[in-house]
Write a protein that binds this ligand. Structure first.
Ligand SMILES: [Zn+2]
Length: 142
């Protein structure tokens, strides 16, 4: 169950506006006012979020009393918002490469993303692999 849902509102003059609200919430009086002309909404309908894997960039930077390392390195993680289950890359990537990796999973459901994970060279998720990933730092990843 998603934590929030979209609400789509229309006024009499055919303006359309959207609000994202927590899943259990109803639009407030303010949400029901047309942002263009201040008219009241004549229709309001909720739209549940589609089942999509969450895509995360996790900063890999470390800080040892002000000495910072791996500042521009990121782990890539995909998460099933329903169960909290996730897969996190063993390697780190620079920002652009991490975004490129994540973009592979856009529009995918969790089952599809989980199945595709192994095909894009993101490695294992277990903690020992993550800790050892710094050894392979600087490797070129395709
Ligand atoms: Zn309007």
């Amino acid at each position: 169950m998603a934590e929030f849902a979209w609400w789509e509102m229309h006024c009499d003059r055919n303006h359309v506006w959207w609000r994202s609200l927590s899943a259990a919430a109803e639009p407030s009086a303010n949400d029901l006012v047309c942002p263009v002309d201040g008219e009241q909404a004549v229709t309001a309908g909720s739209r549940a979020l589609a089942d999509r894997a969450e895509l995360r960039l996790i900063p890999a930077a470390w800080d040892d009393e002000g000495v910072v390392g791996f500042e521009d390195e990121y782990f890539v993680q995909i998460t099933d918002h329903a169960s909290g289950q996730f897969l996190r890359s063993a390697k780190t990537f620079d920002f652009d490469a991490a975004c490129k990796r994540l973009s592979w999973f856009r529009r995918m459901t969790w089952p599809d993303a989980e199945r595709e994970w192994g095909k894009v060279g993101l490695g294992e998720t277990d903690d020992s692999a993550v800790a050892g990933s710094s050894v392979s730092f600087g490797e070129t990843c395709e």
